[in-house]
Every structure is written in structure tokens, then in C-alpha cells.
Design a protein around this ligand. Structure first.
Ligand code: G6P
Ligand code: MG
Length: 218
């Protein structure tokens, strides 16, 4: 009776959505169309390439493959400008406490993120060494809702999918957890993440006996 935890990064441990938004908005501004925060919701949990395609779709713009590559690079440079200024003060409420609680009871956790910048962000906020493994956008070939990222996470934990608990803020992420046959925990709006097995508004709301109970249920 063992369990392990797989954490998404953006929207669960840190709020980088605002920086992604600013960087994508900069590109939309250059291309001459409006990109709202509501539009930005569509990009949560989605890979960088797919995000660009969605963005271009919003602006009704079609461009060459070459231009796309150029925009992917410039967007990421803009984004890096923001995340290289991040610090531990940007860890979302409850995240550090939750990792401490898991350490105390000896439950291992890994990262399962679509972001190629995940290692850098974890280093910026001082949590890099805490994880038993890191699966990020550099190590997967199929984006969420494909379960690949979480299945590799389960391997790193040396556990079966059913023994893994996934914390996610994105619809695509909850779907990926379901597709992987894992226990899913939605962090954020319950109505948006209604497919999740459990829902909390944020990590401070996770009860202290949550994992203990999961172990007995498993
Ligand atoms: C996370 C975020 C997405 C982002 C993706 C890729 O899943 O929620 O909004 O597009 O990572 O991030 P990257 O840092 O590789 O551009
Ligand atoms: Mg996320």
C-alpha cells in the first residue's frame, strides 16, 4: 500500500500563467490583434508549439513554418525575462507546506510539467532538489491530455499508475491523469475541473490526513 505524488508546476506550485500571458500578448500586439486573459485560459497546460497555434487561430493569422519558429523563440525570450526574476516568494500558498508534509511521512513526489522551462523555474524558487524526479517538456513527445508525462513520472516513482496522485490546474492535465489511470486532484475552480476525483481551490485546502486516507482506500 504505497502512493506517490506527481505535481504539475504552472498553476499548482507557481503562477507562471501571468508571465506566459504577458509574453504571448506581446506577440499578439506585434501581430495586431487582441489577446485577452480569457484567451489565455486556453493555453494552460498546453505545450509551447500548440499554444502558438491556438494564438494564431485567435488572430486568424496564417504564417510560414519559419516564422512560427521565430515567434516561438522570441516568445520564450520574453518569458525568460520574467521567470529569471522569480524567487521563492512566488511559490503558491500551501505548496511548501505540502512538500514538507510529504517528506515527513516519506511519500515521494515528482514533477510532471509540459514546460521546457520547468527545471529553471524550480531552481529560481529553490525547490529543484526536493523532487525525486523531474518530467518536463523536454522529456515528452506527446502533450497532455496524452498520459505520457505522468506515466514517465510513475516510472520515476517506481509505482504503478493506480498508486499515483496527480495535482493539476488544467483541464488537459486532469484528462491526462485520467488517461493514465491515476488519482486526480484538481487545483482551482471546481466547475472547470469537474472531471477530477478530488477538488481544492488551492494547496492550503488539502487536509492533513488526505494522503493517509488515500493509502487506506487504495
Ligand atoms: C505549462 C503551462 C503552459 C505552457 C507550457 C509550456 O503547461 O501551463 O501554459 O505553454 O507549460 O511551457 P514552456 O515553458 O515550455 O513554454
Ligand atoms: Mg498547470
Amino acid at each position: 500500500n504505497k502512493i506517490g505524488v506527481i505535481f504539475d508546476l504552472d498553476g499548482v506550485i507557481v503562477d507562471t500563467a501571468k508571465y506566459h500571458y504577458l509574453a504571448w500578448k506581446e506577440l499578439a500586439d506585434d501581430l495586431g490583434f487582441e489577446f485577452t486573459e480569457k484567451h489565455n485560459e486556453l493555453l494552460k497546460g498546453v505545450s509551447r508549439v500548440r499554444s502558438l497555434e491556438i494564438l494564431l487561430g485567435i488572430g486568424n493569422i496564417s504564417i510560414s513554418e519559419e516564422k512560427k519558429q521565430e515567434y516561438l523563440v522570441s516568445k520564450n525570450e520574453e518569458y525568460l525575462g520574467y521567470i529569471t526574476k522569480m524567487g521563492a516568494n512566488e511559490i503558491l500558498p500551501g505548496a511548501s507546506e505540502l512538500l514538507d508534509a510529504l517528506d515527513n511521512v516519506g511519500i515521494k513526489y515528482v514533477l510532471g510539467s509540459a514546460s521546457k522551462n520547468a527545471p529553471l523555474i524550480l531552481k529560481q524558487i529553490g525547490l529543484y532538489d526536493r523532487f525525486a524526479g523531474i518530467v518536463d517538456g523536454n522529456s515528452v513527445s506527446k502533450a497532455k491530455p496524452d498520459p505520457e508525462v505522468f506515466l514517465i513520472g510513475a516510472e520515476k516513482l517506481n509505482l504503478t499508475p493506480k498508486q499515483c496522485v496527480v495535482f493539476e490546474d488544467a483541464i488537459a492535465g486532469i484528462e491526462a491523469a485520467k488517461n493514465a489511470n491515476m488519482i486526480s486532484v484538481g487545483i482551482g475552480d471546481e466547475n472547470t475541473l469537474k472531471e477530477a476525483d478530488y477538488n481544492f481551490n488551492n494547496l492550503t485546502e488539502v487536509p492533513s490526513d488526505f494522503f493517509e486516507k488515500l493509502v487506506t482506500l487504495n
